[in-house]
Design a protein around this ligand. Sequence first.
Ligand SMILES: Nc1nc2c(ncn2[C@@H]2O[C@H](COP(=O)(O)OP(=O)(O)O)[C@@H](O)[C@H]2O)c(=O)[nH]1
Ligand SMILES: [Mg+2]
Length: 376
Amino acid sequence: MAYFGFSAAEETESAIIEERKKEGLLRSGFVAILGRPNAGKSTLLNALTGEKVAIVTAKPQTTRNRIAGVVEVPARKGAHPAAQIVFVDTPGVHKPASHLDRRMLQEVHEALETRDLVLVLMDASRRVKLEEAAADGAEEGRTKAPSWASEDEFLFGLIRGLDCPVFLVLTKIDLVAKDQLLPLIQRLTQQYSFAEVIPVSARKRDGLDVLLHRIVEKLPKGERYFPKDQYTDQPQRFMVAELIRERILVETGEEVPYASAVVIERFEEPEPTARRKGGQTRLPLTRIAAAIYCERDGQKAILIGKGGSKLKEIGTSARKQIESLLGTRVFLELHVIVEPGWRESRSFVESLDWRNQLEKLAEKQSQEVQEEPEEE
Ligand SMILES: Nc1nc2c(ncn2[C@@H]2O[C@H](COP(=O)(O)OP(=O)(O)O)[C@@H](O)[C@H]2O)c(=O)[nH]1
Ligand SMILES: [Mg+2]
């Protein structure tokens, strides 16, 4: 408003200059989240972003691709300016057995290529238990190398020689007695010189602020990599496939979760005009068809269940999650396809990566455009 001879235009202009100044001070960077399967990587990513960016289950190797979760951290007076942190969740680090495993490890390496900082996550509750068991064994005169020695070696091998800060993040501390934490930290810091050691509980949201602030202190000055309101790099289409896969992981047992893959075959977003029908406000409808791949007939039978009951269960619970992600009603069609030994097939595993799927979709679209007859 134009009081005191100060025009609205001037006011906006000074606001813009102010905003620019702040942007100039902004810090930004990529932070890779590393750790063995089940360390709590995806749970931490979701807790930090406040969104369900990555699926989480109690089963190891839930995450297959690297996934970015974007967090905006406000400035802290006297400490640091505002920042955008791009966290990159990775598949758990484990010795690869199948081609799928090797691909997952490649995702870890790719996340490590572009990073300003690395978080090594370690499940404190598991480690404390393992160390207790080893101590009991030692009392009884057993002198085997501890069961986690080769795990550590594999993990530390990945970070050795990195020219960026590496933080040790001890996870799930809600499950550990406080007096056990300090000795554990002392032992671990003797093994590797971490820039920081930060105990957290993603479940209780404990230690998350400290973690964010320590990260921002170490980030370089830079512009945002993502728009302010974008919280992940994954397209919705892929998040939908992941939500279906999460239900499979939860609802099935034995080999089935590991031998399953989900591919979205059709994703029809509602017409913007479909928002209102007959004067009523009804949520629009997204139509989705997905294929669930498995490796054997027996797995297919498990996925379908008696009279289709299992597939129905998976479909219903996935649909609810997808509806809350998309904010529309969802019509979800699922079918199961046997693709023998797909985990060993390089081309199949490659085709599952959403980055490759996006490329294929773009190619298909441009072909369709070219095939359309030119208008006179
Ligand atoms: N009690 C507790 N459990 C956790 C915490 N963070 C993760 N978990 C559990 O640990 C399991 C593995 O988590 P997930 O994030 O999928 O691990 P990832 O394989 O490293 O991505 C899941 O059952 C989580 O619910 C935590 O802070 N406290
Ligand atoms: Mg994970």
